[in-house]
Design a protein around this ligand. Structure first.
Ligand code: ATP
Ligand code: LTN
Length: 352
């Protein structure tokens, strides 16, 4: 049984109560979709940074379950994915006594502000989103309005908390850009309502590629199980996936244009070990891809071992997790309501 969280320990609330404090900590917001098992790409591109930012900033994280239904979900599997993702993120090191970590649909201000922002977002700018184009091609039988307005809900997520920084992988850069444009436009009309957020994209690990097609990003919802390593894969499975990773026929561990497979493996290895590409090239000089793939596999196995172990603890204690997400959502509701009310008042709504 895990120790129940003590709500008075929430650093987030304590800091925000100290209105007289001279230097307020910056606010960080990010979210991840519970659309499948969390991958090594999600971990290196986003979640690892979420964990590292917890001491320096006021961090607010969410499971973006409302975003996930833009692609059709099977109910029982969706429910399981949400709980599994919650346990996995805690296992990565998100500490509910330091950060808020809630489920997006539990905080109703997100959908409310998203509607408002829809009316301040142009059809043309949404049509230019590459994620919309990719996902509508992939799910041609279900090109729904939610898929199209996905970025306005994401903008609402961020703007509700007056976030200064948003740690995400490189694929989310365009969505951050549109969030900033929406905030600027709204502020231009009504004065300073929203903080204009900055993306925080890591220099390493921001774009981990598929192990089977290294020209495509590694993705949770990829149908080819060998394309991605997940946080729940056993050491054997991880090693097998790296051994099967698509590379080239040169057998020379060197970062170079056209060597997408090797570049990707070098990126992963560098991100985990902290070694530079030059150091990696020196380490594997004269060695074949077999040795290199084994080394990458081992590094990843060791990085993910504690995550998998902690996941088992959290998933076995649903009461603890429920307490964490309920308490987090209560606090998030309170803070986000302030921004929502401010925006609505400016527009001219009659407030209750
Ligand atoms: P889906 O396959 O359902 O679109 P996804 O795997 O792309 O999901 P998201 O939930 O959309 O994951 O993304 C969560 C976070 O992980 C985001 O910050 C995103 O930028 C980051 N991320 C996703 N894939 C990668 C990747 N391959 N490399 C680095 N970061 C990634
Ligand atoms: N769209 C994001 C997930 C997401 C998000 C957010 C990320 C939803 N809301 C707010 C950062 C900030 C994705 O990763 N696909």
């Amino acid at each position: 049984m895990l120790t129940p969280i003590n709500s008075t320990l929430f650093t987030f609330e304590r800091n925000n109560k100290m209105e007289q404090q001279t230097e307020k900590k910056k606010i960080v917001f990010s979210a991840i979709q519970p659309s499948g098992t969390i991958t090594l790409g999600n971990y290196l591109g986003a979640v690892k940074n979420w964990v590292n930012m917890q001491d320096e900033f006021n961090c607010i994280y969410a499971l973006a379950d409302l975003h996930t239904i833009t692609v059709r979900q099977e109910p029982a599997k969706f429910r399981k994915n949400i709980i599994d993702a919650y346990a996995s993120i805690l296992a990565c090191g998100i500490d509910p006594e330091k950060s808020l970590f809630f489920i997006q649909s539990h905080v109703n201000t997100h959908a409310q502000l998203a509607w408002v922002l829809n009316c301040y977002t142009q059809f043309g700018e949404l049509s230019r989103m590459t994620q919309f184009k990719d996902k509508s091609a992939k799910h041609a039988d279900n090109v729904n309005a939610g898929l199209f307005t996905y970025p306005t809900l994401m903008a609402a997520d961020i703007l509700l908390y007056q976030a200064d920084m948003v740690p995400v992988g490189a694929d989310q850069k365009q969505h951050l850009e549109i969030s900033r444009n929406i905030a600027d436009r709204f502020n231009g009309l009504y004065g300073n309502v929203f903080k204009v957020p900055e993306p925080y994209i890591p220099t390493k690990g921001a774009r981990v590629m598929s192990l089977q097609d290294p020209t495509k990003k590694m993705s949770k919802s990829d149908e080819n199980v060998n394309a991605c390593v997940t946080l729940m894969d056993s050491p054997d499975v991880i090693m097998k996936k790296f051994k099967r990773a698509v590379t080239d026929s040169e057998a020379c561990v060197k970062y170079a244009e056209g060597k997408d497979g090797i570049n990707n493996l070098m990126g992963i290895y560098s991100c985990i070990t902290g070694k530079t590409f030059e150091q990696i090239e020196a380490e594997f000089e004269g060695k074949g891809y077999g040795d290199f793939k084994t080394a990458v596999g081992e590094a990843v196995i060791e990085e993910l071992r504690p995550v998998r172990e902690k996941y088992e603890q959290y998933i076995a204690d649903k009461t603890y997790m429920q307490e964490c997400y309920t308490k987090s959502a209560e606090i998030a509701q309170k803070y986000s309501q302030r921004t929502l009310s401010k925006a609505m008042k400016k527009i001219g709504f009659v407030m209750p």
